[in-house]
Design a protein around this ligand. Structure first.
Ligand code: 13P
Ligand code: SF4
Length: 324
Protein backbone atom coordinates (compact mmCIF):
# COMPACT_ATOMS: atom_id res chain seq x y z
CA UNK A 1 0.00 0.00 0.00
CA UNK A 2 1.34 3.46 -0.84
CA UNK A 3 1.66 5.93 2.04
CA UNK A 4 0.55 9.57 2.06
CA UNK A 5 3.47 12.03 2.21
CA UNK A 6 2.71 12.82 5.89
CA UNK A 7 2.58 9.20 7.00
CA UNK A 8 5.73 8.40 4.98
CA UNK A 9 7.47 11.25 6.82
CA UNK A 10 6.17 10.08 10.20
CA UNK A 11 7.40 6.57 9.49
CA UNK A 12 10.97 7.89 9.46
CA UNK A 13 10.60 8.56 13.23
CA UNK A 14 9.53 5.03 14.10
CA UNK A 15 11.18 2.82 11.51
CA UNK A 16 13.57 1.33 14.10
CA UNK A 17 10.65 0.01 16.17
CA UNK A 18 7.77 -0.57 13.67
CA UNK A 19 7.99 -2.84 10.61
CA UNK A 20 6.96 -1.36 7.21
CA UNK A 21 4.06 -3.84 6.93
CA UNK A 22 2.78 -2.81 10.37
CA UNK A 23 3.03 0.87 9.50
CA UNK A 24 0.98 0.29 6.32
CA UNK A 25 -1.78 -1.01 8.61
CA UNK A 26 -1.49 2.02 10.91
CA UNK A 27 -1.18 4.71 8.21
CA UNK A 28 -4.90 5.10 7.24
CA UNK A 29 -5.84 5.67 10.90
CA UNK A 30 -2.90 8.04 11.41
CA UNK A 31 -3.99 10.14 8.40
CA UNK A 32 -7.63 10.13 9.49
CA UNK A 33 -6.72 11.14 13.08
CA UNK A 34 -4.49 14.01 11.95
CA UNK A 35 -7.36 15.34 9.77
CA UNK A 36 -9.92 14.89 12.57
CA UNK A 37 -7.73 16.78 15.03
CA UNK A 38 -7.77 19.82 12.73
CA UNK A 39 -11.52 19.51 12.12
CA UNK A 40 -12.37 19.22 15.83
CA UNK A 41 -9.69 21.63 17.13
CA UNK A 42 -8.40 18.75 19.25
CA UNK A 43 -5.10 17.82 20.84
CA UNK A 44 -3.96 14.36 21.81
CA UNK A 45 -2.11 13.97 25.12
CA UNK A 46 -0.32 10.62 25.24
CA UNK A 47 1.34 8.95 28.19
CA UNK A 48 4.83 7.46 27.81
CA UNK A 49 3.30 3.94 27.92
CA UNK A 50 1.31 4.39 24.72
CA UNK A 51 2.45 2.37 21.73
CA UNK A 52 4.89 4.08 19.30
CA UNK A 53 2.36 4.58 16.50
CA UNK A 54 0.32 6.67 18.97
CA UNK A 55 3.24 8.25 20.83
CA UNK A 56 5.21 9.25 17.72
CA UNK A 57 2.43 9.14 15.13
CA UNK A 58 -0.53 11.20 16.38
CA UNK A 59 0.22 12.68 19.83
CA UNK A 60 0.69 16.44 20.27
CA UNK A 61 2.00 16.21 23.81
CA UNK A 62 3.70 13.23 25.42
CA UNK A 63 5.07 12.73 28.89
CA UNK A 64 4.66 11.38 32.39
CA UNK A 65 1.56 11.99 34.52
CA UNK A 66 2.96 15.26 35.87
CA UNK A 67 3.81 16.66 32.43
CA UNK A 68 0.41 15.65 31.04
CA UNK A 69 -1.33 17.44 33.92
CA UNK A 70 0.78 20.58 33.44
CA UNK A 71 0.39 20.58 29.66
CA UNK A 72 -3.36 19.96 29.88
CA UNK A 73 -3.63 23.33 31.62
CA UNK A 74 -1.81 25.17 28.83
CA UNK A 75 -3.76 24.00 25.79
CA UNK A 76 -6.32 26.22 24.10
CA UNK A 77 -7.76 23.39 21.99
CA UNK A 78 -11.49 22.78 22.43
CA UNK A 79 -11.10 19.02 22.71
CA UNK A 80 -8.51 17.00 24.63
CA UNK A 81 -8.16 13.31 23.77
CA UNK A 82 -6.35 11.50 26.53
CA UNK A 83 -4.36 8.55 25.20
CA UNK A 84 -3.71 7.03 28.59
CA UNK A 85 -5.82 5.77 31.47
CA UNK A 86 -8.97 7.10 33.09
CA UNK A 87 -7.39 8.92 36.05
CA UNK A 88 -5.24 10.90 33.60
CA UNK A 89 -8.33 11.95 31.65
CA UNK A 90 -10.04 12.94 34.90
CA UNK A 91 -7.03 15.05 35.88
CA UNK A 92 -7.11 16.78 32.48
CA UNK A 93 -10.83 17.47 32.97
CA UNK A 94 -10.32 18.80 36.51
CA UNK A 95 -7.82 21.30 35.16
CA UNK A 96 -9.92 22.17 32.09
CA UNK A 97 -13.53 22.09 33.25
CA UNK A 98 -14.68 24.09 30.23
CA UNK A 99 -13.20 21.78 27.60
CA UNK A 100 -14.34 18.46 26.23
CA UNK A 101 -12.08 15.66 27.43
CA UNK A 102 -12.40 12.32 25.66
CA UNK A 103 -10.99 8.91 26.53
CA UNK A 104 -11.02 6.39 23.68
CA UNK A 105 -11.91 3.45 25.98
CA UNK A 106 -13.68 3.98 29.29
CA UNK A 107 -12.37 0.67 30.59
CA UNK A 108 -8.76 1.95 30.64
CA UNK A 109 -8.41 1.83 34.43
CA UNK A 110 -5.51 1.31 36.82
CA UNK A 111 -4.95 -1.25 39.58
CA UNK A 112 -3.79 1.52 41.92
CA UNK A 113 -6.87 3.67 41.29
CA UNK A 114 -9.03 0.58 41.88
CA UNK A 115 -7.33 -0.19 45.22
CA UNK A 116 -8.93 2.61 47.26
CA UNK A 117 -12.25 4.43 47.60
CA UNK A 118 -13.27 7.81 48.99
CA UNK A 119 -14.82 6.00 51.99
CA UNK A 120 -11.44 4.35 52.71
CA UNK A 121 -9.79 7.78 52.78
CA UNK A 122 -12.42 9.13 55.18
CA UNK A 123 -11.75 6.20 57.53
CA UNK A 124 -8.00 6.85 57.38
CA UNK A 125 -8.60 10.48 58.33
CA UNK A 126 -10.52 9.32 61.40
CA UNK A 127 -7.78 6.85 62.28
CA UNK A 128 -4.97 9.47 61.91
CA UNK A 129 -6.50 12.82 62.91
CA UNK A 130 -4.45 15.82 61.78
CA UNK A 131 -2.08 13.79 59.58
CA UNK A 132 -2.08 15.20 56.02
CA UNK A 133 -3.09 12.87 53.19
CA UNK A 134 -0.89 12.87 50.08
CA UNK A 135 -2.61 11.07 47.24
CA UNK A 136 -0.91 9.71 44.15
CA UNK A 137 -2.55 10.99 40.96
CA UNK A 138 -3.27 7.34 40.08
CA UNK A 139 -6.62 7.61 41.89
CA UNK A 140 -10.20 8.57 41.11
CA UNK A 141 -11.37 12.17 41.40
CA UNK A 142 -13.50 11.06 44.40
CA UNK A 143 -10.37 9.90 46.24
CA UNK A 144 -8.48 13.07 45.31
CA UNK A 145 -11.40 15.08 46.69
CA UNK A 146 -10.82 13.56 50.17
CA UNK A 147 -7.10 14.35 50.05
CA UNK A 148 -4.99 17.34 51.07
CA UNK A 149 -2.63 17.29 48.13
CA UNK A 150 -1.73 15.07 45.15
CA UNK A 151 1.65 13.85 43.98
CA UNK A 152 3.10 11.94 41.05
CA UNK A 153 6.14 9.69 40.89
CA UNK A 154 8.01 12.73 39.55
CA UNK A 155 7.47 14.99 42.58
CA UNK A 156 6.45 12.71 45.50
CA UNK A 157 9.45 13.44 47.74
CA UNK A 158 9.17 17.19 47.17
CA UNK A 159 5.44 17.15 47.93
CA UNK A 160 5.83 15.10 51.12
CA UNK A 161 8.59 17.40 52.39
CA UNK A 162 6.76 20.58 51.36
CA UNK A 163 4.14 19.95 54.05
CA UNK A 164 6.65 20.56 56.86
CA UNK A 165 5.20 17.88 59.14
CA UNK A 166 6.81 14.81 60.75
CA UNK A 167 4.23 12.34 59.44
CA UNK A 168 2.03 11.98 56.34
CA UNK A 169 -0.33 9.39 54.93
CA UNK A 170 0.59 8.47 51.36
CA UNK A 171 -1.99 6.69 49.20
CA UNK A 172 -2.46 4.24 47.59
CA UNK A 173 0.85 2.86 46.28
CA UNK A 174 2.62 1.01 49.09
CA UNK A 175 5.86 0.61 47.12
CA UNK A 176 6.05 4.22 45.97
CA UNK A 177 5.44 5.27 49.60
CA UNK A 178 8.16 2.90 50.86
CA UNK A 179 10.58 4.09 48.19
CA UNK A 180 9.98 7.72 49.18
CA UNK A 181 10.22 6.84 52.89
CA UNK A 182 13.73 5.52 52.19
CA UNK A 183 14.72 9.00 50.92
CA UNK A 184 13.17 11.27 53.56
CA UNK A 185 12.98 11.76 57.32
CA UNK A 186 9.20 12.22 57.11
CA UNK A 187 7.37 9.21 58.54
CA UNK A 188 4.97 7.75 55.96
CA UNK A 189 1.81 5.77 56.66
CA UNK A 190 1.12 3.52 53.66
CA UNK A 191 -1.84 1.80 51.97
CA UNK A 192 -1.58 -1.64 50.41
CA UNK A 193 -2.25 -0.71 46.77
CA UNK A 194 0.09 -1.95 44.04
CA UNK A 195 0.62 -1.40 40.35
CA UNK A 196 -0.10 -4.73 38.67
CA UNK A 197 2.67 -4.04 36.13
CA UNK A 198 5.52 -3.01 38.42
CA UNK A 199 4.81 -5.39 41.31
CA UNK A 200 5.83 -8.27 39.03
CA UNK A 201 9.50 -7.20 38.89
CA UNK A 202 11.82 -8.73 41.49
CA UNK A 203 15.35 -8.19 42.76
CA UNK A 204 16.20 -11.61 41.29
CA UNK A 205 15.19 -10.26 37.85
CA UNK A 206 17.70 -7.41 38.24
CA UNK A 207 20.47 -9.83 39.30
CA UNK A 208 19.73 -12.14 36.35
CA UNK A 209 19.90 -9.19 33.97
CA UNK A 210 23.27 -8.13 35.34
CA UNK A 211 24.61 -11.69 34.92
CA UNK A 212 23.18 -12.04 31.39
CA UNK A 213 24.21 -8.56 30.21
CA UNK A 214 27.40 -7.41 31.97
CA UNK A 215 27.60 -3.62 32.26
CA UNK A 216 23.86 -3.11 31.71
CA UNK A 217 22.35 0.02 33.28
CA UNK A 218 19.14 -0.76 35.19
CA UNK A 219 16.43 1.92 35.47
CA UNK A 220 13.34 1.31 37.59
CA UNK A 221 10.04 3.08 38.11
CA UNK A 222 9.36 3.86 41.82
CA UNK A 223 6.15 1.79 41.65
CA UNK A 224 8.51 -1.25 41.66
CA UNK A 225 9.04 -3.05 44.99
CA UNK A 226 11.76 -1.38 47.15
CA UNK A 227 14.17 -4.30 46.67
CA UNK A 228 14.06 -3.68 42.90
CA UNK A 229 14.69 0.05 43.33
CA UNK A 230 17.54 -0.73 45.76
CA UNK A 231 19.27 -2.87 43.11
CA UNK A 232 18.68 -0.44 40.22
CA UNK A 233 21.18 2.19 39.06
CA UNK A 234 18.49 4.87 38.90
CA UNK A 235 14.81 5.16 39.84
CA UNK A 236 12.44 7.82 38.57
CA UNK A 237 9.20 8.64 36.84
CA UNK A 238 8.72 7.62 33.22
CA UNK A 239 9.93 11.07 32.12
CA UNK A 240 12.94 10.88 34.45
CA UNK A 241 13.90 7.50 32.93
CA UNK A 242 13.57 8.87 29.38
CA UNK A 243 15.71 11.90 30.34
CA UNK A 244 18.32 9.65 31.91
CA UNK A 245 18.68 7.64 28.68
CA UNK A 246 18.95 10.78 26.47
CA UNK A 247 21.43 12.42 28.85
CA UNK A 248 23.67 9.51 29.87
CA UNK A 249 23.46 7.51 26.62
CA UNK A 250 24.19 4.15 28.28
CA UNK A 251 25.47 1.50 25.83
CA UNK A 252 22.93 -1.05 27.07
CA UNK A 253 19.97 -0.35 29.29
CA UNK A 254 16.90 -2.03 30.75
CA UNK A 255 13.78 -0.20 31.91
CA UNK A 256 11.94 -2.03 34.70
CA UNK A 257 8.59 -0.68 33.61
CA UNK A 258 5.87 -0.94 30.95
CA UNK A 259 6.89 -2.35 27.53
CA UNK A 260 6.11 0.59 25.26
CA UNK A 261 8.49 2.91 27.12
CA UNK A 262 11.51 1.14 25.62
CA UNK A 263 10.06 1.31 22.08
CA UNK A 264 9.27 5.00 22.41
CA UNK A 265 12.64 6.06 23.67
CA UNK A 266 14.57 3.59 21.49
CA UNK A 267 13.11 5.40 18.46
CA UNK A 268 14.65 8.63 19.80
CA UNK A 269 18.00 7.13 20.80
CA UNK A 270 19.47 5.08 17.95
CA UNK A 271 22.53 3.06 18.88
CA UNK A 272 21.43 2.26 22.46
CA UNK A 273 20.78 -1.42 23.11
CA UNK A 274 17.50 -1.86 25.02
CA UNK A 275 17.04 -5.18 26.83
CA UNK A 276 13.30 -5.64 27.26
CA UNK A 277 12.00 -7.87 30.06
CA UNK A 278 9.05 -5.52 30.30
CA UNK A 279 5.50 -6.04 31.55
CA UNK A 280 2.40 -4.87 29.66
CA UNK A 281 -0.21 -2.60 31.24
CA UNK A 282 -3.53 -4.02 29.99
CA UNK A 283 -5.24 -0.70 30.72
CA UNK A 284 -2.84 1.42 28.71
CA UNK A 285 -3.05 -1.11 25.88
CA UNK A 286 -6.83 -0.63 25.58
CA UNK A 287 -6.03 2.61 23.77
CA UNK A 288 -5.44 1.98 20.06
CA UNK A 289 -5.36 4.07 16.88
CA UNK A 290 -8.81 2.84 15.71
CA UNK A 291 -10.30 3.78 19.10
CA UNK A 292 -8.69 7.24 19.01
CA UNK A 293 -10.08 7.73 15.51
CA UNK A 294 -13.53 6.64 16.68
CA UNK A 295 -13.36 8.93 19.72
CA UNK A 296 -12.78 11.92 17.45
CA UNK A 297 -15.44 10.83 14.95
CA UNK A 298 -18.14 10.25 17.56
CA UNK A 299 -16.89 12.62 20.33
CA UNK A 300 -17.02 9.78 22.81
CA UNK A 301 -16.31 8.87 25.56
CA UNK A 302 -16.63 12.18 27.28
CA UNK A 303 -15.15 12.34 30.79
CA UNK A 304 -17.36 14.15 33.31
CA UNK A 305 -16.91 14.71 37.04
CA UNK A 306 -19.58 15.51 39.62
CA UNK A 307 -19.08 19.27 40.29
CA UNK A 308 -19.11 18.77 44.09
CA UNK A 309 -16.30 16.22 43.80
CA UNK A 310 -14.47 18.23 41.14
CA UNK A 311 -14.01 21.35 43.30
CA UNK A 312 -12.27 19.48 46.12
CA UNK A 313 -10.28 17.22 43.77
CA UNK A 314 -9.09 20.21 41.72
CA UNK A 315 -7.83 21.87 44.92
CA UNK A 316 -5.64 18.83 45.71
CA UNK A 317 -4.22 18.74 42.15
CA UNK A 318 -3.67 22.51 42.03
CA UNK A 319 -1.89 22.46 45.39
CA UNK A 320 0.49 19.91 43.88
CA UNK A 321 1.05 21.93 40.69
CA UNK A 322 1.82 25.06 42.72
CA UNK A 323 4.88 23.31 44.20
CA UNK A 324 7.78 23.52 41.75
P1 13P B 1 4.52 8.38 35.55
O1 13P B 1 3.88 9.50 36.24
O2 13P B 1 5.93 8.11 36.01
O3 13P B 1 4.44 8.54 34.06
O4 13P B 1 3.77 7.02 35.92
C1 13P B 1 2.43 6.80 35.62
C2 13P B 1 2.07 5.39 35.70
O5 13P B 1 0.95 5.01 35.58
C3 13P B 1 3.16 4.47 35.98
O6 13P B 1 2.70 3.22 36.07
FE1 SF4 C 1 -1.87 1.84 36.68
FE2 SF4 C 1 0.33 0.36 36.70
FE3 SF4 C 1 -1.02 0.64 34.42
FE4 SF4 C 1 0.36 2.73 35.46
S1 SF4 C 1 1.19 0.81 34.68
S2 SF4 C 1 -1.73 2.77 34.64
S3 SF4 C 1 0.08 2.36 37.65
S4 SF4 C 1 -1.76 -0.37 36.31
Amino acid sequence: MSLSPQSAQLYEKVKSVILPAEWSEFAPDVDAILALKRERNAVILAHNYQTPEIFHGVADIVGDSLALAREAMKTDAEVIVLAGVHFMAETAKLLNPGRTVLIPDLRAGCSLAASITAADVRLLRQRWPGVPIVTYVNTSAAVKAESDICCTSGNAKKIVESLGVPKVIMLPDEYLAQNIAAETKVEIVTWAGHCEVHERFSAADVRQLRIGHPGIVVLAHPECPPEVVAEADFAGSTAAMADYVSREKPGRVVLMTECSMSDNIAALNPGIDFVRPCNLCPHMKRITLPKIRRALETMRHEVTIDPAVATAARRAVERMLAIR
